[in-house]
Each structure stands twice: as C-alpha cells, then as structure tokens.
Design a protein around this ligand. Structure first.
Ligand code: MTE
Ligand code: MO
Length: 306
C-alpha cells in the first residue's frame, strides 16, 4: 500500500544484496550508506557549535522506557527480551486507508535520513543523538488522512509478558503508553519516526522497531515501540497528562520560561553528567528549534498551553 516516491533513491540501488539479511537490518544499513554517501537531507538542523554527539553507550544505556522499569538502567537490562519481529501497526480513525499493516510494508520504499538532534527530557537532562529517521509526514500521508483529521495519536505495545514494568504493582500508568500531536506538528519536516541511531538499527531500549522523535518537545512526547496510529478530530489525552495534568500538558514544547511545578526548566544537564552542576547549560526556547517551529504556535499563550 506504500507509494514509492520516484525521486528517492531506491534502497536496492544503493544497498548491495550481500549487505542485508533481513528487511529490518536493511533499513538501518541503507540509511547508514546514505549517510556515508553524503546524501543527507535537512540533517543536523540548528546545531550549536558546542553540541557534541552524546556517546553511544549513554544514548543506549541511560533510558526512559517505563514499560521495562523506572530506573535509567532498566531498559537496557530488560528490553532485549522484547520481540520486535513480526511487528504490526493498527491504523484507525479519520483516514482512507485503515487496518493492520506489517511494519515492513509501511516503511518499504521510504528512506531513513541521518538527523542529529538535541533531545531534552522534562527531567532537565539532555543529549545530542544521531538518529536515522523517516520524516513522519512520509509515513502518515500513505494512510490518506481525511479533512476531518486534526490530530494523530500513537500507542506503544502492551505486552506485559515481555514488558515487566507493565506488571508492576507500583506503576500508576494506565497502559499502553499514549502520545499525540497536532497534525501540523506531525507533518513538520523536523518530526521523524526514528528507525535507528548511530548508523545502526534502533536498539530495543530506544524504542524498536520505530519511535517518534520530536526535537522541540520534551522527550516524553517521543513515544517508543509504536503499534497504533489513530487520526482524530479531538486532542488526544497523553499518558503523562492523564497522570498529572498540572505538571504535563498536551504540547510539552521545551520552554525555559515555564517551570515544572517541582523544578526549573531554565537549564539542563548535558549528558554525560552525573552531578547537578556538571555540564549544565541554559535551555533554549523550543530546544533551539524556534526558527523552524515557533510559527506553529503563533498567538498561543505558551504558559497556558504547556
Ligand atoms: N512507550 C514509552 N515511550 C517513551 C517513554 C516511556 O516510558 N514509554 N519515555 C519517554 C521519555 S520520558 C523520554 S525522555 C524518552 C527517552 O528516550 P531514550 O531512552 O531513547 O533517550 O522516551 C520517551 N518515550
Ligand atoms: Mo523524559
């Protein structure tokens, strides 16, 4: 059902047969080859001179993925057990093409690009990550959303047998983890569905096989291991907003001027950093992507729409 764009380089043209074993691998590898060939589009958007890549072992070992536990080291410890192949996504709501689709079918013919983005968690730490991602618009448009679609909602896999955090007696989260975007945010060229990082297929702990990356919003918007995409007229209720609406809103745009009720958002710890004041730097409006995205929120009071 995926319409291949003739202007794009087909993966088979750039990937020798011998390089790929599974289609899954092949996505990561073809993206890596594209990166290597210098065919990057819109990459490295708005990087500051002092933005250095966060080491791969931090990006892949210091994680938030509550399905596997709440400690930063839990995801890398437990996510290896997650089965990500086969992977199916259910598409529903205001679109012409709905139903169940195999992950491979949805990404077939689409090209992952390397994007180096700052990534800012609401907990006030940040990283710089070289993602491999497919522009989200390329994925969503295939389903032909109708004119009444104003938002898109995503859900993570619910599989307590493989996700111990979903069994936890102490978890107050109403699984599955849910997130949403306004459709114009979802279609923005900076918004990607990441399928890899550091030139490799996405590790399970980072949200395999695919996860959202919205670099101007707090990290919790970047939902992992997506199995459901729903187009809707109403603003979706996301997991953190549902849990604590006074602390987490729908928009969650990075904003140094609006404090979290329990801590300041004016600055952040750039990882690696273990001490409160180590590698601390000012937080930038929209995480430094204001030139690209501020117009999406023209006329909105961002202290109200937090
Ligand atoms: N399904 C799911 N997605 C999630 C989370 C989660 O707990 N579950 N945590 C979010 C938060 S708070 C952050 S900061 C990022 C962390 O992504 P990373 O581990 O790849 O750095 O994932 C986001 N996506
Ligand atoms: Mo986060």
């Amino acid at each position: 059902m995926l319409i291949k764009k003739s202007t794009r380089i087909s993966s088979t043209e750039i990937t020798p047969e011998s390089v790929y074993r599974s289609r899954r691998d092949f996505i990561g590898k073809s993206a890596a080859l594209i990166a290597g060939a210098g065919l990057l589009g819109r990459a490295n958007a708005g990087l500051q001179p002092d933005d250095e890549l966060t080491p791969e072992e931090i990006v892949t070992q210091y994680n938030n993925f509550y399905e596997f536990g709440t400690d930063k080291g839990d995801p890398v410890k437990h996510a290896g057990a997650l089965t990500t192949d086969p992977w199916t996504v259910t598409v529903s709501g205001a679109a012409n093409k709905t139903g169940e689709f195999a992950y491979e079918e949805v990404v077939k013919g689409l090209v992952a690009e390397e994007r180096v983005y700052r990534f800012r968690c609401v907990e006030a730490w940040s990283m710089v990550v070289p993602w491999l991602g497919i522009p989200l618009v390329d994925i969503l448009k295939q389903f032909e959303p109708t004119g009444s679609a104003k938002y898109v909602e995503f859900k993570t896999l619910y599989r307590p047998e493989e996700m111990p955090g979903q069994n936890s007696f102490f978890s107050s989260i109403d699984w599955p983890y849910t997130e949403g975007l306004r459709l114009d945010e979802a279609y923005h060229p900076l918004t990607i569905m990441a399928v890899g990082l550091y030139g490799k297929t996405l590790p399970n702990q980072n949200g395999a096989p695919w996860r959202l990356v919205v670099p101007w919003k707090y990290g919790f918007k970047s939902i992992k291991s997506i199995v459901s995409i729903r187009f809707t007229e109403q603003e979706p209720l996301n997991t953190w907003q549902q849990l604590q609406p006074s602390e987490y809103g729908f928009y969650a745009n990075v904003n140094p001027a609006v404090a979290h009720p329990r801590w300041s958002q004016a600055s952040e710890r750039r990882l690696p950093s273990s001490l409160f004041n180590q590698n601390r730097r000012p937080t930038l409006p929209f995480n430094g992507y204001a030139d690209e995205v501020a117009s999406l929120y023209a006329g909105m009071d961002l202290s109200k729409f937090y």
